[in-house]
Design a binder for this molecule. Structure first.
Ligand code: ZN
Length: 183
């Protein structure tokens, strides 16, 4: 519990100036907290390291934290999972997205759990807090991409896989209808 709260404290400070992309402009920290909550709800025995890694999953990618810093503040297991799920921001967006699909089968089980829960949260946001400026086509393409990333991660959690399928179905139904209505 102590380590988990330490990770929340670390991530909250690291993300302090960031907001989510939706109109609600939610504090960014709501997202990693949601990701770790999804994991503990679906996989109650996941363990503290994985929950901490979920809380910290965007601090390398978005805040410039390093793997060694996380290893020093937390432990090697957590640091490795966070590194595994971090995109290389030096690459163009399309290449980063292609790499996520390509690398998903090679992730360790802990990283697959974080990846899967991350996609449940992000696809869910397409319904509750759609990123500003995104059109229907972009949203539906995002769901397709997320599904491709999730495919090799499903084996680690039936519960999270089911949640992903339910939310992807809802997002597609909602935005398909909007796309049809807009024509
Ligand atoms: Zn995320």
């Amino acid at each position: 519990m102590q380590l988990l709260l330490k990770s929340v404290d670390f991530a909250a400070r690291a993300h302090r100036d960031q907001r989510r992309k939706g109109p609600a402009e939610e504090p960014y920290i709501n997202h990693p907290i949601e990701v770790s909550r999804l994991i503990v709800e679906c996989e109650p025995h996941a363990g503290e390291d994985i929950l901490c890694a979920a809380v910290l999953h965007d601090v390398i990618e978005d805040c410039g934290a390093t793997r060694d810093e996380i290893a020093a503040c937390f432990n090697e297991v957590i640091a490795d999972i966070v590194l595994e799920v971090s995109d290389d921001k030096g690459l163009p967006r399309d290449e980063r997205k292609a790499k996520q699909v390509e690398n998903a089968p090679n992730l360790t089980p802990g990283a697959k759990l974080v990846r899967l829960a991350d996609k449940v949260a992000n696809v869910g946001a397409m319904l509750t807090d759609t990123p500003i400026g995104w059109d229907e086509k972009q949203i539906l393409a995002y769901v397709d991409w997320a599904e491709a990333v999730v495919a090799p991660c499903r084996e680690v959690s039936n519960g999270l896989s089911d949640r992903f399928d339910a939310i992807a179905r809802d997002v597609r139904a909602f935005h398909d209808e909007k796309a049809v209505a807009g024509k």
